[in-house]
Design a protein around this ligand. Structure first.
Ligand SMILES: Cc1cc2nc3c(=O)[nH]c(=O)nc-3n(C[C@H](O)[C@H](O)[C@H](O)COP(=O)(O)OP(=O)(O)OC[C@H]3O[C@@H](n4cnc5c(N)ncnc54)[C@H](O)[C@@H]3O)c2cc1C
Length: 490
């Protein structure tokens, strides 16, 4: 039997878990939030070392305006504690032209000024009318039209237009490859367009002082300050099911009782490992096993003895960098080059306190396979090819390195999601944007076991990365509150 009883237990203090836990505590429920790591934030956790503070990998948010964090912070009454900052117009995006020139995006008076963008992307004058049409259609598409694109890939959507190659690189490489970490031929156009509208109309580049994980810690305080309990450094080993209903969890620190368990540990690890196949119908297990996650990002944290980058973040890309499923599969098999889009972040260009005076931490991220069991020498091949492009863009970087840490999908899985199926564990986002897994086909937040729910980027939310996780947290808090009320009434 368990030692303590709660209304709700939330497994995992990623952004989906801690936002839903804080909202449910604020709404009066007795909440226990259990996290296996010492810190909150999951895939957006913050780290510190030798006077540097930073997210474990590149984590930049979008949109800036009307973002979901503000909704949660407002309900919690904690707006004044947030360290969210926007970069203003300052961005370090670099387009590598077909002639090999590394071209920084010029300063713009307004975000996404088409004239500046088209010149930068080398869109020819005769191509510009069509380029405007594409950007306008994406920016102004109403929700009912977007909803018709759940089963259309972003590539198929773009095939309706004659897309100039520079604009194609911008949309598929700079945006889809980085926002969803999925090739544009398997990324649902509906999800892509919603997120592009966020970027185009409500700006991008949001950062949190101390790294995004510091914001997750604020949500954990929201749980505590509303009467809930947060158990960090505690792995949930089992979700206890009796007579087809959730009754609590088993952890390394003992058992805890609750009639409702919300899991942020990922649908596949939750169903297959924490609950166990025997508690589900065979068809549900087959369905779970068939769900396809996003691809992964790996990269390097460079600790520099002097600043080398002026901007807070940027993307390095070319007309050849966009990933397709076929090119990624070939790159994984070693049949073609492993270089795609590269993302970099410089925390101290947002927040001077993020690095000791006169120093800089410079973080890179680029695609790699999501399987944490990928041999280290394979990850090393992805690193070598991608980092050579980083050094071309920032030639002075190499001479300023005091220290560096390489991270791969192995680290992402170790810190966040358990590996339970081939090709899964180190994924960057989750399950919710792959073609055929969106709209009405998006995995349900409610598991087919009474009292078990999922939260985070696998189910229920829409948006870019942490926004999607928090969107799922907000919506799930409503669903669970209704379920809790109905359960109490019957
Ligand atoms: C390399 C990388 C770069 C990224 N860059 C960006 C970016 O620039 N912008 C952006 O918006 N998003 C980015 N993301 C994505 C974003 O971080 C995620 O989409 C989001 O944070 C996922 O939140 P989540 O709630 O789904 O769950 P997760 O972050 O996966 O959190 C799950 C939590 O559950 C915990 N947990 C799991 N199992 C157990 C267990 N058995 N017991 C207890 N606790 C458990 C984990 O430790 C973790 O804290 C990036 C992700 C990665 C990996």
């Amino acid at each position: 039997m368990g030692k303590e009883s709660y209304d709700i237990i939330v497994i995992g203090a990623g952004f989906g878990g801690c936002s839903s836990a804080a909202l449910l505590a604020k709404r009066g429920l007795k909440v226990l939030l259990i996290e296996k790591n010492a810190n909150a934030g999951g895939k957006a956790m913050a780290l510190s070392k030798n006077g540097f503070t930073y997210a474990a990998w590149v984590v930049v948010g979008a949109p800036v305006l009307e973002n979901k964090h503000d909704i949660v912070l407002k309900e919690l009454g904690m707006e004044d504690r947030s360290g969210l900052v926007a970069p203003g117009r300052s961005q370090g995006n670099i387009f590598i032209s077909d002639s090999g020139e590394f071209k920084f995006l010029p300063d713009m008076e307004q975000f996404m000024d088409p004239e500046v963008m088209f010149e930068w992307l080398e869109v020819k004058p005769e191509e510009q009318e069509e380029a405007y049409r594409i950007l306008t259609d994406i920016s102004l598409m109403p929700p009912e039209e977007i909803a018709k694109l759940h089963d259309t890939s972003f590539d198929d959507f773009l095939s309706r237009y004659t897309v100039p190659s520079g604009l194609h690189a911008f949309l598929c490489s700079l945006l889809v490859d980085l926002l969803f970490v999925l090739p544009s031929d398997v990324c649902a156009a509906s999800e892509a367009i919603v997120c592009m509208q966020d970027m185009f109309l409500r700006d991008g580049g949001l950062f949190h002082k101390g790294g995004f994980g510091a914001l997750a810690e604020i949500y954990c305080d929201g749980v505590r300050e509303n009467g809930g309990t947060v158990l960090m450094g505690t792995r949930t080993e089992k979700i206890i099911i009796e007579d087809g209903k959730v009754t609590g969890v088993q952890t390394e620190k003992g058992n805890f009782n609750a009639p409702i368990v919300i899991s942020n540990a990922g649908i596949q690890p939750t169903a297959l490992k924490l609950v166990g196949e025997e508690h589900f119908d065979k068809s549900y297990i087959a369905y779970i096993k068939d769900l396809v996650p996003s691809v992964a990002l790996m990269g390097t944290r460079y600790f520099l003895n002097k600043p080398v980058a002026k901007e807070p973040f940027g993307v390095i890309f070319s007309t050849k960098s966009a990933w397709t499923t076929e090119r990624f599969a070939k790159a994984t098999r070693g049949e073609t080059e492993k270089t795609g889009v590269i993302f970099y972040e410089v925390p101290s260009n947002y927040d001077p306190d993020a690095a000791p005076e006169g120093k800089q931490v410079f973080i890179t991220s680029y695609w790699c396979p999501a399987d944490p069991n990928t041999p280290p020498e394979e990850f090393e091949k992805w690193r070598k090819e991608s980092e050579s492009l980083v050094l071309e863009a920032f030639p002075e970087l190499e001479d300023c390195i005091e220290d560096k840490d390489v991270f791969t999908a192995f680290d992402v899985s170790k810190e966040t999601r358990d590996h339970v199926l081939p090709g899964q564990g180190g994924e960057c986002i989750g399950l919710g944007q792959f073609l055929g897994q969106c709209g009405d086909s998006k995995p349900s937040v409610q598991a087919p076991v009474q009292g078990l729910f999922y939260v985070g980027c696998d189910a229920g939310g829409i948006g870019v990365g942490t926004q999607q996780a928090v969107d799922s947290g907000i919506k799930l808090a409503d669903t669970v509150l209704t379920y809790y009320g109905m359960r109490a009434a019957t």
